[in-house]
Design a protein around this ligand. Structure first.
Ligand code: PMP
Length: 407
């Protein structure tokens, strides 16, 4: 194992030291929501105690403090993902809102009847349903990049799918159901040869890789704070300025306008044009603090450590008779999905919970992935850099016990 000081890191996350059902908590549901470090909790508390106010509109002291903190968080986001300008970083409630915003603001303006939108076979519902809604409304066609039995996209088929009717590509970076890491940089390059913009669903990749939007050359990228050690309600949509400027606003209301009369409204510039109403001020300030936290640790080592944990968990679980891994891509991160012969994944989840182990059991909002692998659901262990090798051992022992109970 790499010399990652996991015990020191764990002390930053107070929730991890509790007992659940008489056992030490083993938190392996990080793909759903990760835990929050002290620095984020303290920043949120400081804001609520001393700075809470509405932003942008007030001339008074507290409003200015809150505005400075909120816009400071945006600046941190910009540096974190290497955007060119803060105008390109829109605060949203999370990845779902980010994708809907683009399907609405870009899709409804630029996609028409007979046009094609490409997504993949391993998308989260958040990256399927908004495009389906658009397709129903506009008469455009949704095309789906297939995957192989390992849970890897068939890139040749994707390349063959791109044509002059393709108007948009929206693709997941790391699959939450399978853990597959997709070659998005290469996929973006291929789409750009046809002048097609690409959105990257980075919900799972922002916490587990280093994202540089300029290097990827993605046109849009979106992620949720609650999967990257920040509170729920925070999140970001990155978009290239020239695209965001051509788009329609998503929601209308306060803060997104320049002037309003009953005859006509003119819109504010970026990023406000896409931030109607009072945003999640405290949560997004917390997102800024989570970025500070990530900047304070050695991320390359954290990523390498997580990788080792996933490999170790894969090795241990696949050695248990009756366990089947779902998603065995060569490039993977964070997630180990599995089924146990003759045991429903919900029963796995419930029995593990009795031992203090939190895993997710279900379709992981990726029903087409379950249909492809012909399973009703899977149990999913998903890791963060505060998990330990011992926790993997506890998980593997508990899975073995599940098999014995149902034998
Ligand atoms: N995409 C992926 C790959 C995800 O894992 C998730 C969350 N499970 C989402 C989108 C949706 O994120 P949120 O619910 O935070 O909007």
């Amino acid at each position: 194992m790499s010399n990652w000081d996991v015990e020191k890191i764990r002390r930053d996350f107070p929730v991890l030291s509790q007992k659940v059902n008489g056992n030490p908590l083993v938190y392996l549901d990080n793909a759903a929501s990760s835990q929050v470090p002290n620095i984020v909790i303290e920043r949120g508390s400081e804001y609520l105690k001393n700075e809470h106010s509405n932003i942008h509109r007030g001339v008074h002291y507290l409003s200015q403090k809150a505005t400075t903190a909120y816009e400071g968080a945006r600046e941190k986001v910009k540096r974190f993902i290497n955007a060119r300008d803060v105008k390109e970083c829109i605060f949203v409630r999370g990845c779902t809102e980010g994708i809907n915003l683009v399907a609405y603001g870009y899709g409804r303006k630029f996609v028409g009847e007979g046009d094609e939108i490409i997504i993949s076979a391993m998308e989260h519902h958040a990256n399927i349903v908004p495009w389906q809604m658009l397709a129903e409304e506009k008469g455009c066609v949704l095309r789906v990049i297939p995957m192989n039995q390992r849970g890897e996209l068939i890139i040749d088929e994707y390349e063959a799918m791109l044509n002059e009717r393709t108007k948009f590509v929206s693709i997941v970076h790391i699959s939450n159901a399978l853990g597959t890491l997709n070659p998005v940089k290469q996929m973006i390059e291929s789409a750009h040869k046809f002048g097609v913009p690409v959105l990257v669903d980075a919900a799972q990749s922002v916490p587990h890789s280093i994202i540089d939007v300029q290097d990827l050359d993605c046109d849009f990228l979106t992620f949720s704070g609650h999967k990257m050690f920040a509170p729920t309600g925070s999140g970001v949509l990155y978009g290239k300025q020239e695209l965001l400027e051509t788009m329609n606003p998503f929601m209308g209301g306060g803060d997104m306008i320049r002037t309003v009369t009953f005859e006509k409204t003119t819109y504010a510039g970026l990023p406000n044009k896409f931030e109607a109403g009072t945003p999640a001020i405290a949560s997004n300030i917390g997102l800024g603090a989570a970025i500070d936290y990530l900047n304070s640790i050695d991320r390359q080592s954290a990523i390498a450590y997580e990788h080792e944990l996933v490999e170790y968990a894969t090795e241990k679980l696949s050695a248990i008779e009756g366990v089947k891994l779902i998603g065995t891509a060569r490039e993977k991160a964070s997630v180990v999905s599995f089924t146990i012969e003759n045991v429903h994944p919900h029963d796995i989840g419930t029995i593990l919970d009795q031992q203090g182990i939190a895993v997710r059991a279900g379709h992981h909002c990726a029903q087409p992935v379950m249909q492809f692998f012909q399973v009703p659901a899977t149990a999913r262990a998903s890791f963060a850099f505060y998990n330990t090798r011992e926790e993997v051992d506890v998980l593997a022992d508990a899975v073995q016990k599940v098999i014995e109970v149902f034998a």
